[in-house]
Design a protein around this ligand. Sequence first.
Ligand code: GRG
Length: 331
Amino acid sequence: MALVSSLSILPTLQDDLSRLEQILVDSVVAEDDYLTEIASHLIAAGGKRVRPGFAIASSGVETSEAENVSEDVLLGGVAVELVHLGSLYHDDVMDEAELRRTVPSVNALWGNLTAILAGDFLLARASEIAASLGTEVAGLLAKTIGELCEGQILELQSTFKIDRSLEAYERSISGKTASLLSTACKIGGLTAQLSRENIDIVSSFGHSYGMAFQIIDDILDLTATDEELGKPSGNDLMEGVYTLPVISAFSSKFGEELKDILGSEISRDDRDKARALIRESGGVADALSRAQYWTDKAVVSLGDLPDSEATIALKSATEHLIVRASSPIID
Ligand code: GRG
């Protein structure tokens, strides 16, 4: 798992994540065994637990030597992972995705109606846990769920648009991805009762990290294999979601040729042609430098935090992101 290689220099993290896993599994138990099975499906399938990892690490930035986190921090991490899971259930319905986290998606196994309801159930459990952590956490998580929807709607509005701008792209990923990473860090800070100044810093760090995280995710969709992703690669092009490498390639010397292929539904052959053109155009390299812009910003914000083991782990995880996209290996 990527998290292990990126935040793992935090000596207490593995132990905290094992404690978190049990709470996560317990949090989706319903009265009905059938619903429990469906709600547990993607938890059992794996996932990197990036958001809980960042909540845990952020909670420890004021502690010079790492120590195990409180139950409240773990509950905060569980709440953000449940929102992430709920969004994956709904996203897979929207994309008619068949595979997620290397296993058949919930919609593929149980159908769209059940997948939507099970996704709602995960959001409900997330909200219940957030409410137990106080009104600020509950309000923040509710606001973030709204931002995810806003980001996703912006993406929908721009599908198949060959004139999608960098600004429009970044507005969308800010909502659909960066907001939850920022909230994960902020909830870590709130539940550990960090100073207000440090809570604001980890929140802003999480936003910058999240922007880079989504850009890298979008690069990997164009450069990685199906096996590396645990789902079919090149899906964004098929769905008409033109991400940063594509937007950048549109304004290169290959732009006109690319626009002739894209802009509407395409075959797998055309997808492969478009992918080759995007790589040749330097679009992937451009996107990588924009990701670097965001990771640099994230690292700069960490400079104002105490020099703790957790702060160093957050820095190392941020630097690891760029390495992940620069090499074809996904861990
Ligand atoms: C119901 C909360 C809710 C939202 C509805 C569908 C939707 C609006 C939003 C979808 C947002 C989405 C899927 C964003 C992509 C986020 C992303 C980068 C997912 C992959 O995250 P990883 O790499 O995955 O952390 P794992 O599987 O490791 O957890």
